[in-house]
Design a binder for this molecule. Sequence first.
Ligand SMILES: [Zn+2]
Ligand SMILES: [Zn+2]
Length: 510
Amino acid sequence: MSSRFSFTSNEGVKIVNSIVTRLVPKWINGLRKLQLICIPKILNLEDVFAIDAMGGGKSALFGIPILLHLEISQNADSYPLFNVPIRLDPIGVVVTPTKGLANNIVKRLKEDLGINGFAYTSENLSLKRRAGIDIVKEITSCQYRIVCINPEHLCEREWYLISNSTLFRQNIIFACAEEGHPGPPFLSVCLTLGFSGSRFHLICCSNEHSNTKIILHTLTSAIGGTEFPQIIPYLNQQCKTVIHVQTIDLGYCIFMFLFNLTPASSNPLCRIHMYNSLASEKYNKKTIELIDTDPQCQVVIATKALSLGIHVEELRDSIAVGTADTQDNGKQDAEHAGRKEGVIAHRIIFTTTTELNKVRKIVEASGEVSVAAISKVKQTTKTKKETKNPLDPAKVVFLAETVCQVACENIIYDNPPLELSRMDCIQAERLVPCDLCCTHYHIPENHFPPSTDEMTLPPFIMPTITTKKRKPRKKVDKLKEKELEVVGMAFLVYETQLYAEERLVAPHRY
Ligand SMILES: [Zn+2]
Ligand SMILES: [Zn+2]
């Protein structure tokens, strides 16, 4: 056995690297650091829990081990013997939290690495059924290299048959759950997965986005209103932008607002898309595709449905109109934008005065601005009752931050390296300083040159700003009790009259 190589040995890592450089020449720099750490361990059948919010590269963790097994098994003479079995028909199983993510991973693997995968979703299963194809047979005869499956299908009879097939089981080289997510719950997740002991590796990378400028604003218009003039200047920088909203209703209001301000030379239906659970899966898929391929498609207004793991190369900026329910979700939303290497991105967050007032009260009550301290504060309503929807402590800390938003998040997520990540943007020499640092150090807000010419994306019309306060309108159609009585009587009279008349005139006489 001693003559056999381990993938985690120096020689093993070298072999992995040289195969990747040769088979995937478009990755000029070869594997990224996290991939280089994780992939040999995955190949060596060790347990890996990788946390990497830096974007990209995650699907490579699934794809590269497959490529390596194929390459080594097909050219066994050129490689040494390894201490783990090398498969001719390697299979990886990825448990994905959403069908959108399952489809996305399969698409990426095909495009980036030419690997055939199957997204085991209800839609794809019924497509197969209608085409008369036995998917159980297809999967157990190892026709797919990667199977992405949503947890709800794991307990179905078909999957039971698949997972009991000897051939299928033999060829599985790894199984994993996609959605590594920092934060305290992950330790309990590790334990339930049986991840512990010396063959378990927890690999953490910082989730700081060094190319993304964080900007926090307070909405000057009502979040329940119909006008959102503050987002126009950002959209007029002509970057592809995702607008995150908490409700489909708000998404629709923003859609209408932008629709009406689209210049005549631009087609609003091409330019602005809605991505939510009311639209069909096909439509949503198309939207993602258009953002990447259609230069005239600029804005996606998305509800939570997009939140998990959909990766769109061309998205540059993210705007949250209203903060996400948790800081985690807000950060995840923003991760869809600015993933392309070398770009500078914006993450713009609009909070509300109401929310900031709540934050102020909570911080006053806690006396200390830290997630631990704020978690202990009992959040109450005006009537001093405990609130049903307390604000997420991490979000409170973020919104209360006065020095540096990047450092603030680094503390929340315990990002390495310890000292540098806690410094403000200027001390840490960050590529794009955050909003707060720019203000402190008097750095003018630099608007980046538009990414396309004005022909493709002519600027939205700036709405005229109404400065005078509108008087609250009396609700004319809300009736007082006395008025209700009168109207009720009038309707009764009308009803009898109508009945009498219809009886005489109408062709269908009663
Ligand atoms: Zn994502
Ligand atoms: Zn900063």
